[in-house]
Write a protein that binds this ligand. Structure first.
Ligand code: PLP
Length: 404
């Protein structure tokens, strides 16, 4: 009988955030076992509701959203995004330079396809949000991971970036604020990255999906605002800032020196046209979401859920023997580290699997974020405090007997 194999294009593509450990968690759930899932940054299941105004505005516009839109997206959505970019100082962005997508994810994939030829090199952080590595690899690119340095608040290691540039390097990806580390990069670090990109004529891709989830009065700086002479693509969306990941709405803005990327833009346009357009009902609420008071701000200040949950998880982790963690500035992730002198971990997936089986708590090991040193894992601290308390108790107990 003829059997069918998946395309060999997928041979080197890894996407372990939804990999074998999750399969086991799903198997357990099917057996009626309750699993506490701290593995995915999906706010809605944890009681973060869409603002009423957003739901109402989408309802009201639904009858007008039956047709395809222009392939880049509705004018009203793109105009609102353009104005948002202006406020962030992103230079040279016109309505025509903005593309809406079914989440930033669709556009990351689209751009990697348009930009990379087989064997082209692209610098991607390690640890990363693994979709970047997966999409660049699927597009035929050769992903070169640059290191983010835990000792330096997980900032990109500029020397490492420099060392890894070759004549085939075409672009650099930054994720700021970062997933999985939750840190925010200061302007000085961004300026250094721009300098390297300028010296080596690289395109900058900046994933800023968490830019409206920054805490402690810090300000997010868009790297594109520092690089008017370079070609930059900035990715953003409403999945996290408005807790509406299921509506699927994200966007990208092309900025700076677009002349040098005329041909790439032609490719982006072609691929954008081929997918017809993104989800129109979700585009219809972009203007509502980007204007006025940002409701997520209430979550990010003392007394707000994300602020308090971060504080709780960070403090609990720091009080566990052999565990350390960098204090996150933004988003809802923390990326702790187990002391190798106290824990003998050689495989993060095995650690995650053991924790899952013993304590029914699901986390993702560092390997899932293309981080090669074992003993790291990411916790999503979206659940309410009482659930996080249970999770931290379980983790602490588990670690007490997992030690060497
Ligand atoms: N970029 C980063 C850094 C993310 O963490 C995520 C989702 O977790 C995405 C992009 C995807 O976002 P979207 O829902 O807009 O596709």
């Amino acid at each position: 009988m003829r059997t069918f194999k998946k395309s060999s294009k997928l041979d080197n593509v890894l996407y372990d955030v939804r990999g074998p450990v999750l399969d086991e968690a799903n198997r357990m759930t099917d057996q009626g076992i309750h699993v506490l899932k701290l593995n995915i940054g999906n706010p809605a299941p944890f009681g973060f509701r869409t603002p009423d105004e957003v739901v109402k505005d989408m309802q009201d516009q639904l009858v007008d959203c039956e047709g395809y839109s222009e392939s880049r997206g509705l004018f009203s959505a793109r105009k609102a995004i353009m104005q948002y970019d202006q406020l962030k100082g992103i230079p040279n962005v016109d309505v025509e330079d903005i593309y809406t997508g079914n989440g930033a994810s669709e556009l990351i994939n689209l751009v990697m396809q348009a930009f990379l030829d087989d064997g082209d090199e692209i610098l991607i952080p390690s640890p990363d949000y693994p979709l970047w590595t997966a999409c660049a690899t699927l597009a035929g690119g050769n992903v070169v991971h640059y290191v983010c340095d835990e000792q330096q608040h997980w900032y990109p290691d500029i020397d490492d970036i420099r060392k890894k540039i070759t004549p085939r390097t075409k672009g650099i990806v930054i994720i700021n604020p970062n997933n999985p580390t939750g840190v925010l990069y200061p302007k000085e670090v961004l300026e250094q990255i721009v300098e390297v990109a300028r010296e080596n004529q690289l395109v900058i891709f900046s994933d800023e999906i968490y830019d409206r989830l920054v805490m402690d009065g810090q300000e997010h700086v868009s790297i594109a605002s520092l690089a008017p002479d370079l070609f930059c693509i900035t990715f953003n969306g409403l999945s996290k800032s408005h807790m509406i990941a299921g509506y699927r709405i994200g966007w990208m803005s092309l900025s700076g020196n677009k002349r040098i990327a005329h041909d790439v833009i032609e490719g982006i346009n072609m691929l954008s046209n081929m997918r017809l357009c993104s989800n129109v009902p979700a585009q219809s609420i972009v203007q509502t979401c980007l204007g006025g008071i940002q409701r997520s701000q209430g979550y990010l200040v003392p007394g707000g859920r994300i602020f308090e949950q971060r504080k709780y998880v960070y403090e609990r982790l720091c009080n566990m023997e052999g565990v350390s963690a960098v204090h996150p500035d933004a988003a809802f992730y923390i990326f702790p580290h187990l002391d190798p002198k106290k824990f003998n971990i050689t495989d993060d997936d095995q650690f995650a699997l053991d924790l899952l089986k013993d304590k029914h708590v699901l986390i993702v090991g560092g390997k899932g974020f293309n981080w090669t040193t074992p003993g790291y894992f990411r916790i999503v601290y979206l659940p309410r405090l009482h659930t996080l308390e249970e999770a931290m108790d379980s983790l602490e107990d588990f670690l007490s007997y997992y030690r060497q």
